[in-house]
Design a protein around this ligand. Structure first.
Ligand code: UDP
Length: 387
C-alpha cells in the first residue's frame, strides 16, 4: 500500500514526504507520536488568540536561497529580524555580545580601547567564538574574553546544558559568537522571515497530497518493526518492502544496543499578561539570574494587534525517557563521549540499505530549520531522485 514510511512529521520528514509524493509519485505514510504535525516547529493560537510556538521560539533565517525559495512554495513570508538582549548586571544589552554591549557594560575609556584592539586584531564585522577569544595572548583582550565568558556564557550554558562551555562541542557556543560590530541582530543571514500564517500551515500545505497519509498519535513501535538482524520490516503485521525514512531518536530505532544517547530537555512555561507589551525585544536572555534561560514574547514575532500578550520562559531540565514531563529530547548533548556512541550507531545504520536517517535526532546534529530543509532536499536528490 505504501512505498515509503516516514517516522516523524517535522521538517525532515515533511520535506521528504512532499518530495517523494509530488516528484516521484510515491505513496507515503508519515507516522508521528504527537497529536499534530510540524515537530518542534509547531505553532498555534493560544486561548487569547496569540500565535505561540509551542516548543519554543523558532526564527527562520538562511543564506540558502534554494531553501528559502523551496519553502516559499508553501507560505508567504513576512520579513522579521530577530533581536535578543541579555540581562547583565542590571542592564539589557545586545546578544550576541557586540560593540554596543561592550560600551554599555564597561567604562567608556576601557570600552573605546578594547573596541580599537578588537577591530585591529580581527576586523570590523568579524565574528569570534568565545572559546577562541579566550585563547588570546593580549592581556586586555583576555580580560574582555573572560568578562564575556563569565557574564554571558558560563552560567547560561550551565543552565542550558548542565555543563561548562568547554565540555560541549565548540560548535554550540560558536553559534553565538562575539560580534565585532554595531549590528544588534541575532542573525546576519540574507533571508530572515517568519511564515505569514505560521509554521504549522507550512506543514499542512506540504502534507496535503493524495499520495500522503499521516498517522498521528501513534508511536512507531506500535505499528512498525525493523528486524535488526535481517533488516526486514513490518507495518501493522505485514511485510513492508519499501523504504524507511527515520527522523526520531537513533538509539530508539536500534533498541539502545550501544547504550542511550543523552539529550537535554526543556520545560516551557507560558504566561498570558494583560499588558500590551511585556519586554522591549522578542527574547531576553537571563544568563546569571533565575532558573530559566530566556523569556520570549510572541507578539514581537506575530506582529498581532491584539490586547494582552503571551510569553514563555524556558527552564532547562534533564531528559528522562519515561517521564512524560521531561521526555522531549530538544537537544542532543554534543560531547566527545557521546560522539563515540553516536559513531557506533551510525556505523550500524549503514547495514540497513532501506533505512535512511535524517534530522536533528536521527543524525544527532544541531541542525537549524534551514539546515534540515537543505539536508532533506539533499537526501532526496542523492538517494531518492531516481527512486
Ligand atoms: N549561549 C550562552 N549565553 C547566551 C546565549 C547563548 O551561553 O546568552 C550559549 C549556550 O551554550 C547556548 C548556545 O550558546 O546553548 C547556543 O545558543 P542559541 O541561542 O543558538 O541556542 P538555541 O536557540 O538553539 O537554544
Amino acid at each position: 500500500m505504501f512505498d515509503t514510511i516516514i517516522i516523524g512529521a517535522g521538517f525532515a520528514g515533511s520535506v521528504l514526504a512532499e518530495r517523494l509524493a509530488t516528484q516521484n509519485n510515491k505513496r507515503v505514510l508519515v507516522i508521528d507520536k504527537r497529536r499534530h504535525i510540524g515537530g518542534n516547529c509547531y505553532d498555534r493560537y493560544d486561548d487569547h488568540g496569540i500565535l505561540i510556538h509551542q516548543y519554543g521560539p523558532h526564527l527562520f533565517h538562511t543564506d540558502n536561497q534554494s531553501v528559502f525559495d523551496y519553502l516559499g512554495q508553501f507560505t508567504q513570508w513576512r520579513p522579521y529580524q530577530h533581536e535578543v538582549l541579555g540581562f547583565i548586571d542590571g542592564q539589557k544589552v545586545p546578544v550576541p555580545f557586540n560593540l554596543n554591549s561592550l560600551h554599555a557594560l564597561l567604562p567608556e575609556s576601557l570600552a573605546a580601547s578594547l573596541e580599537k584592539k578588537l577591530i585591529a586584531r580581527f576586523g570590523y564585522g568579524m565574528k569570534v567564538p568565545i572559546l577562541e577569544l579566550r585563547e588570546i595572548d593580549d592581556a586586555e583582550l583576555k580580560f574582555l574574553a573572560d568578562f564575556i565568558y563569565e557574564k554571558i556564557f558560563v552560567n547560561y550554558t550551565a543552565k542550558q546544558w548542565g555543563k561548562l562551555p568547554e565540555e560541549i562541542s565548540a560548535e554550540v557556543t560558536g553559534r553565538v559568537p562575539v560580534f565585532i560590530s554595531r549590528d544588534n541582530r541575532y542573525f546576519q543571514d540574507k533571508y530572515q522571515a517568519v511564515p505569514a500564517l505560521g509554521y504549522t500551515r507550512i506543514f499542512e500545505t506540504m502534507l496535503d497530497h493524495a499520495n500522503i497519509s499521516v498517522m498521528l498519535n501513534t508511536h512507531f513501535k506500535d505499528v512498525f518493526t525493523l528486524d535488526l538482524e535481517s533488516g526486514a520490516m513490518q507495518l501493522m503485521g505485514s511485510e513492508f518492502e519499501g523504504e524507511l525514512i527515520f527522523t526520531g531518536l537513533i538509539d530508539e530505532l536500534f533498541e539502545r544496543r550501544f547504550g542511550e544517547l543523552p539529550y537535554r530537555s526543556l520545560d516551557f512555561q507560558f504566561e498570558h499578561l494583560p499588558c500590551a507589551q511585556y519586554q522591549e525585544k522578542t527574547t531576553i536572555n537571563y544568563p546569571n539570574d533565575y532558573d530559566f534561560t530566556r523569556i520570549t514574547e510572541f507578539k514581537h514575532i506575530s506582529q498581532q494587534s491584539i490586547a494582552g500578550t503571551s510569553i514563555v520562559k524556558e527552564f532547562p531540565q534533564a531528559f528522562e525517557r519515561d517521564n512524560p514531563l521531561k521526555n522531549i529530547p530538544y537537544y542532543p548533548i554534543f560531547t566527545e563521549e557521546n560522539k563515540a556512541i553516536l559513531d557506533r550507531y551510525l556505523a550500524f545504520a549503514e547495514k540497513f540499505e532501506r533505512v535512511t536517517l535524517v534530522g536533528r535526532l536521527a543524525e544527532n546534529r544541531y541542525y537549524d530549520m534551514d539546515d534540515i530543509v537543505a539536508r532533506a532536499l539533499a537526501v532526496f536528490a542523492d538517494k531518492f531522485a531516481d527512486y
